[in-house]
Structure formats: C-alpha cells, structure tokens
Design a protein around this ligand. Structure first.
Ligand SMILES: CSC[C@@H](O)[C@@H](O)C(=O)COP(=O)(O)O
Ligand SMILES: [Zn+2]
Length: 207
C-alpha cells in the first residue's frame, strides 16, 4: 500500500474515533507498520479529527525518527507502539484511544486484570470458548511514558494477552490488529465490552 494511503486511512480512522468521543482534545495515537523496520505514527498533540498526511512521523522499531514533516514530533506514546510491534509479530496496526468507558472499567480491575464479560462478541477478539473466562491486562499509568512501556515490555515478554489489547488505568485502551480493519474491530469489540460492563454495574446486573 502506498504510504500516503496508509496515512490517509489512519487519518480517516482517527476522525471516526474522534466522532465517537474516543479521541477528544488531541487524545490518543494511531500507527501502522509499513515494513519490518518502520511504522507511521500520529504526530504529538494534533487534533485527531483534522489529521492530514503531514501529521504523521515515520519511526523505526527503536523509536528513532526516520522522517518528520516540519514542526512535527512523534506521539509522546510512541514507545508503547514500539513494544507492541516488537512482541506481536502479526501486529501491523496499533490504535490507542481514551474513552470514558475504558477509564471507568479500569476501576473494576482486580490484580491488574479486567475480567471481560462472557459475551458472544468475544469471538471477534479470538476467543471461541463457550464459557469464556478472559482477562484484559491493566497497566499503571506512570507519568513517565517510558515506564508504562517498560511494564508492557516485561508483561508481553512473558506472554501475550488472549485478546489483542490492554488498558492503561485512568488513561485509555490500546489495541492491535493485522490490518486497519481488524484493529478497528478489536477496538469496537473491546469498547462494546466496556460499555456493557459499565451499564451492567449501573443496573446491578452481575456481568
Ligand atoms: C489529551 S492529552 C493525552 C496525551 O497525554 C496522551 O495520553 C495521548 O494519548 C496523546 O498524546 P500524543 O503525544 O498526541 O500522541
Ligand atoms: Zn494516551
């Protein structure tokens, strides 16, 4: 795929996530791996409903900038994307957004894990079990992003989560996929689980 097309598709994804309230006030960052060695990532601090190809920076898997439009720096959370690309060979796209439900669900976590509701929707996250018992990892939101990336690096080196995503407490959710469409589906499915958990709690249903 032509690299400008990738950036345009990421910009389109960002616009749609912005419209759903997941990327307000410049929150979140999106990336796509274009080769074994490099990925495009959103530039830091840009409005996610108005991205153009000039709002993307090319970095290598060590986080070094390969090319950047004038005045643009890579996302402050680039190190988290690097960790995912390093540990998940199939990941070609990483989406990180800040939804209200993701942040509320962080409070339901126990011992750094959020139990996902046993819904049919989990099949779309790669869990075909009849009675799934699946946890999503929840990481501490250190103000130094490198520390979040270190924690994720250690966790992913031990084992990959059963579902392609993770929460950062009081911060947001990060998902990955083998292409733009699968990453979007993973995000939509996890967000569905988060909404379900929040609403179940509100009406007193045991999720
Ligand atoms: C609205 S501030 C959010 C940031 O601190 C950060 O968490 C974020 O997701 C966006 O950072 P960015 O550097 O623009 O990629
Ligand atoms: Zn963030």
């Amino acid at each position: 795929m032509h690299s400008e097309d990738v950036r345009q598709q990421l910009a389109q994804s960002a616009r749609s996530f912005y419209e759903r309230g997941w990327m307000l006030g410049t929150a979140g960052n999106l990336s796509a791996r274009v080769s074994d060695a490099a990925f495009w990532i959103t530039a830091s601090g840009r409005p996610k409903d108005l991205l153009t190809p000039d709002d993307f920076v090319s970095v290598n898997l060590q986080g070094e900038v390969l090319s950047a439009p004038a005045g643009r720096k890579p996302s402050a959370e680039t190190s988290i994307h690097q960790v995912i690309y390093r540990h998940v060979p199939d990941a070609r796209v990483v989406f990180h957004v800040h939804s209200i439900e993701a942040n509320l669900c962080g409070h339901f976590a126990r011992n750094g894990q959020l139990r996902l509701p046993p819904l049919e929707m989990l099949k779309g996250l790669g869990v075909p079990d009849a009675e799934p018992e699946v946890d999503l990892p929840v990481f501490t939101n250190h103000q130094n992003v490198a520390r979040i990336a270190e924690d994720m690096d250690k966790a992913l080196a031990q084992s990959l989560p059963r579902v392609p995503g993770a929460l950062i407490h009081q911060h947001g959710v990060t998902v990955w996929g083998q292409d733009l469409l699968s990453a979007r589906h993973h995000l939509e499915l996890l967000e569905y689980c988060f909404r379900y958990l929040v609403q179940a709690k509100a009406i007193g249903v045991q999720a």
